[in-house]
Design a protein around this ligand. Sequence first.
Ligand code: DMJ
Length: 656
Amino acid sequence: MYPPPPLPPRRDFISVTLSPGRSYDGGQGLRRRSFWRKWKQLSRLQRNVVLFLLACLMLCGLLSYISVADEWKAVGSRSAEGPKMRPANPPVLPAPRRAAENPETFAGASPQKPPRHFRRGPPNLQIRAPDGDAKDRRQDEAQRRAEAAGEARWEDDAQGSRVSWRGTGTEPEQGPQLPPRKAEAAPRPSPQALRMRNSPALQNERQKAVVAAFRHAWAGYRKFAWGHDELKPVSKSFSEWFGLGLTLIDALDTMWILGLKKEFEEARKWVSQKLLFQKNVDVNLFESTIRILGGLLSAFHLSGDVLFLEKAEDFGNRLMPAFQTPSKIPYSDVNIGTGVAHPPRWTSDSTVAEVTSIQLEFRELSRLTGVKKFQEAVEEVTRRVHSLRGKKDGLVPMFINTNSGLFTHLGVFTLGARADSYYEYLLKQWIQGGKKETQLLEDYLEAVEGIRKHLLRRSEPGQLTFVGELAHGRFSAKMDHLVCFLPGTLALGAHHGLPADHMELAQALMDTCYQMNRQMETGLSPEIVHFNLHPQRSHKDVQVKAADRHNLLRPETVESLFYLYRLTGQRKYQDWGWEILRSFNAYARVPSGGYSSISNVQDPRNPQPRDKMESFFLGETLKYLYLLFSDDPDLLSLDTYVFNTEAHPLPIWAPS
Ligand code: DMJ
C-alpha cells in the first residue's frame, strides 16, 4: 500500500460579492426586504411563537427597568446629600471598611480583598482570595450539623498536585483528612487542665489592671476586627495576614488564664463555627505554628476542650507539605488549601530561627494524637541543624538553604531576629522531653558559652551588660529588643539545673532590658538600640537611630521579667513590669478600643500610633504581665509547663 498523497496546504479564502449598480446604503434596504420575505415564509404557528417570545422579552425588560429605576432614585437621593459631606480633596484610597458592631453578624460578611500587609522578610505572605463565601457558609452549615450530631467533622479537600511558581508540586500528605488515630491515643481532656478562675477577688490590683487592659484591647478587636487577623485600632478597622482570626486564636489561652469566661466562650464559638482551614491561602510555617498551632494546643490543655485539639490536628496536617524539600529543611511558606509549599520569592533559603522553632508544637501534636509524622519531621530538622558546619562555638548563622540543607550567609551571628528562638527551643525542647535529650542540652550549653565569648560586652558609662552582633569578625554593639527573651530563657535553664552563672547573666541582661525601656521618654523600648562602647561621660549608654524608634507592643522584656520574678522572688521585677504596663496605657492605648504600636518611643507628646495591634500583644505581652503580677508559683508552674515562643504553655512530658 502506498501512503495517501499529502494534502495541499490549507488556505483561507475571503469571498467577496460585488453588486455593481446598487447605491450604497450600508445594505440596510436589502436586509429589510430579505427579513420581510423570511417572515412571510413562516407558518402561522411559527409566527405566533416568535411574537409570544418577543412579548415575553419586552415584559422582562420593563420589569428590570422598574427595579433599576428604583435604585437610581435611591442613589440620586443619597448623592443629593453628598456634596455637603464630601471632603474638598477626597482621599485617593477608599476609607477602611468598618466591621459591624455585632461580631457574629460581621464574621459571616462577604470577604473583601484584604490590604497587602508586609512583615519582616518575605513579601509573599499575603492572603490569597479566599474561597467563595457561599462555600464557606455551606461548610459552616455542614460543620454545625455535624457538631450538633456530636461528631467531629473534617472537611473534604479538593486536593491535587499543583506546581507553584517556584518549585514544588507536592501531594499534600493526608491533607485535611483525619489520619487513622491509634485508639489509645484518642484525644481526651488534658490532665493538666487549669481551672479558670472567675473570682476577681483572687486577683491583686495589678492583675486587675492587666485584665482591664485586656478587656480594652479585646473590645476594640471585637468591635472592629472580629474574626480577622489583626486590629487596626486607630482606623477602627482590621488587617489580614493569613485570614484565620489570628488575634482571636492567639488570645484564647490568655482569656482562660485571666478568667475571662464570657469572652472565651464567645471566641470558642467562633472557632467552632467559623474557623475553617480549607482556604487557598499561603501561611508562614513558623508564624502560624507558634501562634495558631501553639494557641490551639494550649487552649486544649487549659480548657480540656477537644474541639481545639481537632482544629490543631487539622491545621498541623495542612502544614506538613512544607517539609517536603530536597533537604528536609522546610520551606517558609505553605498553602493550607492546596498543599503547595514554597520558599520566599527571592531565595530558596529559610530562616534558621523559623525552621528550628516549631518543634515544641509539632512534638506535642504527635504526643496528643499518636501520629508520629509531626514529630519525625521537626526532629529531622533538629538533627540536621545539629551536625551542620558553619557554627561558631554553638552560635548559628541566620539562613539555611532548603535545597542543600546547608547554612548560608556564613559568618554573621546574632541573638536577635532570624536566630533568636533557635537558642530558646534548644533549652525548651530539652525541658519538654523530660531532660533526656542530651544533644539539645549540649547544643544549648555550647551556645551560651559562644554568646559569652563572642557577643557579650559592657556599655559605657553605665556598665550595662548587653548582647551584640558579629559580622565576619567585626563586633557591632547593636541589640534588638527581641534579644530580651534571653534573660528569661537563661533563668529558666538555671531553674532546671543548669549552671548558677546562667542566672547571674540573666539578671545582668534583665537590668539592661529594663534600661532599654526606662531610658526612653515614653518608658517603652525601641525595636533596636546601639550601646555606647566609649568611656566619655557625656554619652548615654543606650542610643537609638531614627529608623529604630518604634515599639510594636512586643513581649520580650515583660516575658523575662516574669521568669526573673517567678524564679528569684525579687519584687523589683514586678515593679519594672508595672512601669511598662503604665507606659503602654499612657502611650499606646487607643480610647475607642485596642492598643497601637507606636513609631517614636522618644516623643511622649507625639508617639505616633502606627494603627496596628499585633496578635502577640494579647497572646504574649498581657499574659506575661498577668503572670508576672501573680504571687502564685502554681499558676502555670514552670515545673509543669513550658511556654512556646508565643507564650502558649505546653505541658512538660514527664517529671525529671
Ligand atoms: C512573637 O511572635 C514571638 O515571640 C517570636 O518568637 C518573636 N517575635 C514575636 C514577638 O515579638
